[in-house]
Design a protein around this ligand. Structure first.
Ligand SMILES: Nc1ncnc2c1ncn2[C@@H]1O[C@H](COP(=O)(O)OP(=O)(O)OP(=O)(O)O)[C@@H](O)[C@H]1O
Ligand SMILES: [Mg+2]
Length: 252
């Protein structure tokens, strides 16, 4: 069964519509997403910002098909995720979505080169060798290809994770606090890399962060508070984002 393609003027790499996520039930239930609708356009680097507990990771996990919504819909391209059975969802995550996590999540026994092509190997193919080769230069790891992750700095490890996320030319790469474990210089390199990859290859990145400096690398910032989308900002700067965030702070 295939879904019909609907032509829209602005193609969307990923979106959620009326997304509600409730964890648990009864007195202890938490409404982590409270009716969020947001789209992530193709070729754009979007940052999701908001205070701790505002639902950023939940939104990312549900948009990426790592978790399911309580109500509402999540879409990758034109595919509505709840219409997929487990097998198709696994294939979609493997073939159309890339992930970068705070903790790098590299396989320690594999070399840099093997880590980068791991998703392609799991898919039983070689992908596009020219794309992978170009990616190695974009992330600046050509002279480290035969090293193990333990022989790399944190920033270098995260650059491997970024290359791995893009290796299969996914529709969208989701990154949850990708610079959370890095010092500001390595973090800046990884953010610059994400931005360059989006702009040079017209790929789509959605990044969760609570750091205004990190958010300023994005084309647009969407702000969450208490599980709701409260604002969007085009062409963000760290100062503008910081000012917007201050408005959320609860006086203690
Ligand atoms: N698996 C879970 N079970 C129960 N509650 C959860 C679960 N995951 C998240 N929550 C709750 O949902 C709300 C949103 O959590 P989420 O992790 O999405 O926030 P966040 O914006 O990513 O926060 P942070 O900046 O601290 O990472 C929080 O109140 C959190 O405690
Ligand atoms: Mg989080």
């Amino acid at each position: 069964m295939t879904t019909t393609t609907v032509t829209t003027t602005t193609p969307t790499a990923a979106r959620v519509v009326d997304a509600v996520k409730v964890y648990g039930s009864g007195d202890t239930s938490v409404r982590a997403l409270d009716g969020v609708s947001v789209d992530f356009p193709v070729g754009r680097f979007t940052a999701i910002m908001g205070p701790s507990g505002s639902g950023k990771s939940t939104l990312m996990h549900c948009a990426a098909g790592l978790d399911t919504l309580t109500s509402g819909t999540a879409h990758i391209g034109d595919t509505e995720l709840s219409s997929l059975d487990d097998r198709r969802l696994t294939l979609l995550r493997r073939d159309r979505v890339g992930f970068v996590f705070q903790s790098f999540n590299l396989v320690p026994t594999l070399t840099v080169a093997e880590n980068i092509t791991l998703p392609l190997d799991l898919a039983g193919g070689k992908g596009d060798p020219e794309w992978v080769d170009a990616l190695i230069d974009v992330v600046g790891l050509r002279d480290r290809l035969h090293h193990r992750p333990s022989e790399l700095s944190g920033g270098q490890q995260q650059r491997v994770a970024v290359a791995r996320a893009f290796a299969g030319q996914p529709d969208v790469v989701f990154a949850d606090e990708p610079t959370g474990n890095l010092d500001s210089r390595s973090g800046g390199e990884v953010l610059g890399l994400l931005g360059r990859t989006v702009r040079q290859t017209a790929r789509t990145v959605v990044m969760v962060t609570h750091d205004p400096v990190a958010a300023a690398h994005a084309d647009e910032v969407v702000f969450l508070a208490d599980g709701r989308l409260v604002d969007r900002m085009e062409s963000p700067t760290a100062d503008k984002v910081l000012d917007r965030m201050k408005a959320f702070e609860v006086p203690s």
